[in-house]
Design a protein around this ligand. Structure first.
Ligand SMILES: [Zn+2]
Ligand SMILES: [Zn+2]
Length: 433
């Protein structure tokens, strides 16, 4: 197939420029009404209403038996490119991960590619997914299992980061979470403490054990958590229940799998020392990002040509100790998840702070998001129209998968920490960048 990439890219740019004002309004509407994981009803409604107005798109609401997941599809034949719009916010600090920007960047990329295909009469399909619950719960994990990503040749999305940290090839860690629930027996703390079994002590011991273990862990791992369950505690009664909520992270599933029994032993010994019983429940496993080098290079050359080294999406490798459920997508198909930076965010301040939430609402952040969206639209369109590029991208993904060789480790992690197949609301904040 012959095509004129300059003309195609001009169509993308024109479409995104035309959508600019509406996308800004959408972003501010979502930013002004932050919703937690699995509860992104407002974002779901405004985004689907907007995409329904776009020429050629078919919108499906509440897909995958999830109340806030959605799909906007364009085209009926040819290769398929996917984009993701995340929507959820954080407890207490609102859109401190900038998912309002991710949401509109997904729309912009999908609209841009669709316009180029239409204007130049090229075959190709676009699917934009509204993916809930990235901060906790793993919406993409469930949507992968339920077929939403089926048939995509590649999937792309963008994420904001701190000033100066735009990165085409950001990395993320492999992460799982665990809730430990201890049960003991209540008793009068003054009158008959010997009749009690102290569940708070079990949690404290488990917590201290992990802190002790931490010194012997590789510096590339993270084990972090809190003691919870105190709503029924009183200083004059032996606590009969308690919880530990933990995140466990390592560079890859292979690194994470051997870490988990060591952490679980810390929790078990808290129960053993105090005589409590306990249960463990796993959280969604977020795999490390497998950035596709072919997609990364294409994004890098486009953004460098557009923005130079001072651009919003200055491409370079950037290790984060955060995690994302898009990592799981990148294990199923070629995936690309660059990070663009917010010009008004503090360079030392990462997402998940209240000042980052403020920075995510500025006009300069909006411009940065749309510039990054242009980048993934250009790369996504190339996947559709350039067969050689598409094949090379696939080949690279196959090589990445062979190198990662993660299946056994993933199976071991899932065996050690089984996860519910249904959304768990109110999970602790487990992501992120
Ligand atoms: Zn995020
Ligand atoms: Zn986050």
């Amino acid at each position: 197939m012959t095509y004129d990439s300059d003309a195609l890219n001009a169509s993308i740019k024109a479409a995104i420029a035309e959508a600019n004002d509406d996308l800004r309004a959408l972003s501010m509407s979502i930013h002004g009404k932050p919703e937690l994981a699995w509860e992104e009803h407002h974002a779901h409604d405004v985004l689907t209403a907007y995409m329904e107005k776009q020429e050629g798109f078919v919108v499906e609401r509440k897909i995958c038996q999830l109340d806030t997941a959605w799909r906007a599809s364009f085209g009926s034949e040819g290769p398929l490119i996917g984009f993701c719009s995340e929507m959820d916010a954080l407890p207490g600090i609102g859109h401190a991960c900038g998912h309002n920007l991710i949401a509109i960047a997904g729309c912009a990329a999908a609209i841009g590619v669709a316009r180029a295909l239409r204007e130049h009469k090229l075959p190709g399909r676009v699917v934009l997914l509204g993916t809930p619950a990235e901060e906790s719960g793993g919406g993409k994990c469930l949507m992968l299992e339920r077929g939403a990503f089926d048939g995509m040749d590649a999937c792309l999305m963008v994420h904001p980061g701190p000033r100066g940290n735009g990165a085409a090839a950001m990395t993320s860690t492999c992460r799982t979470g665990v809730t430990v629930a201890y049960s003991g027996r209540s008793a009068h703390a003054g009158g008959a403490p010997e009749k009690g079994i102290n569940a708070l002590d079990a949690a404290v011991q488990g917590y201290v054990n992990v802190s002790t273990l931490r010194q012997q862990l590789p510096t590339t791992t993270r084990v972090h958590g809190i003691i919870a369950g105190g709503e029924h505690w009183a200083p004059n009664a032996i606590p009969a229940s308690s919880k530990l909520l933990y995140g466990i992270r390592a560079p890859s599933a292979k690194d994470l799998a051997p870490l988990i029994p060591r952490v679980l032993a810390c929790f078990a010994s808290g129960a053993l020392a105090t005589g409590c019983t306990y249960t463990t429940d796993g959280e969604s496993l977020y795999l490390d990002l497998q950035q596709n080098g072919n997609l990364t290079d294409a994004f890098r050359s486009f953004t460098e040509a557009e923005s130079g080294s001072e651009g919003y999406a200055v491409p370079r490798e950037f290790p984060t100790f955060g995690s994302t459920d898009f990592g799981n997508v990148s294990y199923i198909m070629p995936g690309f998840h660059p990070m663009f930076f917010l010009p008004d965010a503090h360079p030392e301040e990462f997402p998940h702070s209240s000042s980052f939430a403020e920075a995510a609402s500025t006009l300069s952040a909006h411009k940065a998001a749309l510039q990054a969206a242009e980048g993934i639209a250009v790369v996504g369109l190339r996947v559709l129209v350039d067969e050689q590029f598409r094949k090379a991208t696939r080949k690279q993904w196959e090589a990445n998968m062979a190198a990662a060789n993660a299946e056994e480790a993933v199976a071991r992690i899932r065996e050690l920490l089984p996860v519910s197949k249904e959304p768990i609301k109110g999970g602790f904040c487990s992501c992120d960048h």
